[in-house]
Design a protein around this ligand. Structure first.
Ligand code: GUN
Ligand code: ZN
Length: 433
């Protein structure tokens, strides 16, 4: 196969815009990305790379903006079919909508159906990597990894472990949580583009024995990520305090059982105590901001500015289906609005970085995805910055790339996603599987 030369606008970050401001990014109005054997082989101007690679197959995206595929650092693929369920806050929402839906994943055919549906939905939104919770059923993990493998996608996922405060049929125990997770890890971790993630749902649904067993598993496989939820809603924090009277705070319910570490991913992290913030930063753990979810379930306003200033690693995510969207564009818009409510206007450079390299850093994958750096895997999204009349008329007035891009961040949807490539292979438009 000859290499492919993608031509269009490009945006490349030299460093984090949270550290260096928008000057962290270099914009080329006529840039080029050379893809060979599923990887990015070179990056430059259209003129230079066209001259250097006359044998390449050329795909000209015109004014389309070529970016790394979006990375969604916290999702629940089993909640696809019950996204946008009305009227509940976290604990009631879990009991009313989420747990009954997750129960259905005891049927492998249902899991396979939803896994494929979910990945096709996110690809259409320009997302090429997700880090997903599954259900307690090992088959739900197999279904997602098989669907990802069929599409060539880099996906991270794990069996969601729960042994209390969940209905009959949706509980394992300390032993089976450990055994199932270990077997799934052995089957999937590092197979192709799959990564296994050790996944205790959150401390209210795990006994101390289960948290301890999963902490032991993580100690055996410290290269794996571990994902869970932390301090999402005030009522939940109070519930954790009553369930773990010995704990210093919510984070301590993980720390005490070996579930705090540099490869830990803590979803939401809104209502943090000073000690929790300090410990998360000291160990180099990542927190994941899920803004549509935080508004939809009524959880609160994440402190992006403060956490970034303090040097935290922060990822961005939809939290489908607590989140109300599959789209990282929509999620960037929600992050902008949440930050505005806290008095900080996130720059479009910061929003795009969070949805690509920032989320990849949270997943410890920035050397493989989330950037256009040569050597990276060629997961790409191409955005049409004039995808609707409303966006086009606003973008027409833009004086620089940021003004041209911001209307698509705020108002764009899957119509703005004109092409998606996974490891160099075109997935959108076109049949995904
Ligand atoms: N906390 C524990 N489980 C969940 C979940 O499925 N979604 C959200 N948003 N929060 C949780
Ligand atoms: Zn979640």
């Amino acid at each position: 196969m000859p290499p492919t030369l993608h031509l269009g606008q490009t945006l490349v970050f030299d460093t984090s815009p949270f550290a260096a401001g928008p000057a962290a990014a270099r914009h080329l109005s006529r840039g080029a990305v050379l893809v060979e054997d599923g990887r990015i082989a070179a990056l430059g101007t259209a003129q230079d790379l066209s001259a250097a690679h006359p044998g390449a197959r050329v795909v000209d995206h015109g004014d389309g903006l070529i970016l790394p595929g979006f990375v969604d650092a916290h999702v629940h693929y089993p909640q696809t079919a019950m996204i946008a369920s009305w009227g509940k806050r976290l604990i009631d929402w879990l009991n009313t909508y989420t747990f009954p839906e997750e129960m259905r994943f005891g049927d492998p055919a249902h899991a396979t159906n939803i896994a494929g549906r979910y990945l096709d939905l996110v690809l259409a939104e320009g997302t090429t990597t997700v880090c997903s919770y599954c259900t307690i059923h090992p088959g739900s993990v197999d279904a997602l990894f098989e669907a990802a493998e069929a599409r060539g996608m880099r996906v991270l996922a794990g069996k969601t472990c729960m042994d209390r405060n969940a209905p009959e049929g949706l509980r394992d125990d300390a032993r089976t949580a450990y055994d199932d997770s270990k077997a799934l890890l052995a089957r999937w971790h590092g197979r192709g583009r799959a990564s296994y993630v050790i996944t205790p749902r959150f401390s209210p649904t795990s006994t101390p024995e289960q948290l301890d067993a999963l902490g032991a598993l993580w100690a055996e496989h410290p290269d794996c990520l571990m994902q869970t939820h932390l301090s999402e809603q005030v009522d939940e924090v109070a519930w954790v305090r009553s369930l773990f009277p010995e704990a210093r705070d919510y984070l301590d319910t993980y720390e005490a059982f070996g579930l705090l570490g540099p490869n830990g991913l803590y979803g939401h992290a809104i209502h943090l105590e000073p000690r929790e913030r300090d410990r998360l930063r000291e160990v180099g753990a990542a927190v994941v901001h899920c803004p549509t979810s935080n508004s939809f379930i009524g959880s609160g306003l994440f402190d992006m500015d403060g956490l970034m200033r303090d040097g935290h690693r922060v990822g961005l995510a939809t939290d489908t289906g607590g989140g109300s969207s599959f789209s990282m564009l929509h999620t960037m818009a929600a992050a902008y609005e949440v930050a505005q409510l806290r008095g900080r206007a996130l720059h479009p450079a910061e929003l795009i970085w969070l949805a690509t390299e920032g989320a990849a850093r949270a997943l410890r994958l920035e050397d493989r995805i989330g950037t256009l750096a040569p050597g990276s895997e060629a997961d790409l999204v191409v955005l049409d910055l004039a995808s609707t009349p409303a966006i086009a008329q606003r973008a027409a007035r833009a004086e620089d790339i940021w003004e041209a891009l911001f209307p698509t961040i705020m108002m764009g949807d899957d119509r703005a996603v004109s092409a998606v490539y996974v490891a160099g292979r075109q997935m959108v438009p076109g049949s995904a599987a």
